[in-house]
Design a protein around this ligand. Structure first.
Ligand code: ADE
Ligand code: ZN
Ligand code: ZN
Length: 311
């Protein structure tokens, strides 16, 4: 029995690490969004973030952007705040969709963004001590990332793609995990020397070139935070790109090496038009631009929100 206990404990520990529950972009997605955001902070927001971060973070917000995922067992109440489910429709309405599985209102990613924004507006006031604003900053930074992951605003019936089995190249995966992790990981391996900083640099470059004209529109918000805009875009991207062409168990199968060129894109369009199975490569290369765009928007909007909060 003693021998079994010694084998059981490491086995359980590795199970926990091998089977992370899907609760957001993977670590790299959140890290990318927070790195982009911190590089765009105003002087006063930069100072507030530095004050609020614990000393061990060494003034690096990105090092704690997945903190909300790590505390989801300690703070069980926080689990529904990582996502939004629609009743299987391609649009989002706060009053209809922002609730938890018990129907409790405001308990979704958009409600959480409003809540932590409101709390952080107490920064520097005498009411500051009523709240834990360090946790507020970490929750806001994380949920701003989650709401930009298209399948975090997904269909209730498949739990944002968590119940859709696919094959990602040679591995079995659920569609939700493909969007949290695999597309980013595969991009890093194939195009960025396995170096997340190279991917961040590429996205930052696009923000100042290809997307420069759109950045003001991304930032626009008539209140302090505008999560409903991001959630509406999210479910649309989920329908148009994440769910599109995907059928339970029958997709992303073979592996075909393509180069990214016009012929490739026409072949993808034709395949989709003819409703043929998408290969993992088809799916990866055609969805990667959406992942890059959502990471950029997440970072730009987190910075814009923190800049509005801290003045
Ligand atoms: N659990 C249930 N729905 C979910 C979603 N859309 N994203 C992540 N986790 C979920
Ligand atoms: Zn999350
Ligand atoms: Zn997730």
């Amino acid at each position: 029995m003693e021998c079994c206990r010694y084998q059981l404990i490491p086995a359980l520990i590795s199970l926990i690490f091998l089977c992370p529950l899907a609760h957001g972009w993977g670590v790299d997605g959140h890290l990318i969004i927070c790195k982009i955001a911190q590089s765009r902070l105003s002087k006063s927001a930069e100072e507030a973030v530095e004050q609020l971060l614990p000393g061990y973070a060494d003034n690096d917000l990105s090092s704690l952007c997945s903190w909300a995922d790590r505390v989801r067992f300690r703070y069980r109440w926080s689990a529904p705040l990582h996502f939004i489910n629609t009743p299987d429709v391609c649009n989002y309405q706060y009053d209809r969709d922002c609730k938890d599985e018990n129907g409790e209102k405001d308990r979704c990613a958009a409600g959480a963004i409003h809540n932590y924004t409101t709390q952080l507006l107490n920064y520097g006031k005498s009411s500051q001590s009523d709240y834990n604003l360090t946790e507020g900053l970490l929750f806001l930074s994380h949920f701003m990332g989650d709401i930009h992951q298209p399948l975090h605003v997904g269909f209730a019936s498949d739990r944002g793609g968590n119940d859709i089995n696919v094959r990602w190249y040679t591995r079995k995966q659920v569609l939700h995990h493909v969007w949290d992790n695999n597309i980013i990981e595969t991009a890093e391996q194939r195009f960025y020397n396995e170096d997340v900083q190279e991917l961040i640099d590429a996205i930052q470059h696009n923000i100042t070139t290809e997307w420069a004209d759109q950045v003001k529109t991304w930032e626009a918000c008539s209140e302090t935070a505008c999560p409903d805009i991001y959630a509406s875009e999210g479910i649309k991207a989920a329908c148009d790109y994440a769910y599109k062409g995907v059928e339970e168990g029958s997709v992303l199968k073979g592996k075909v090496a393509h180069t990214v060129n016009k012929v490739y894109f026409y072949s993808v369009c034709l395949r989709e038009f003819l409703k043929l199975n998408l290969t993992a490569d088809d799916y990866f290369l055609s969805r990667l631009p959406i992942v890059n765009l959502r990471l950029a928007q997440g970072g730009v909007r987190l910075a814009a929100t923190l800049n509005r909060i801290f003045g």
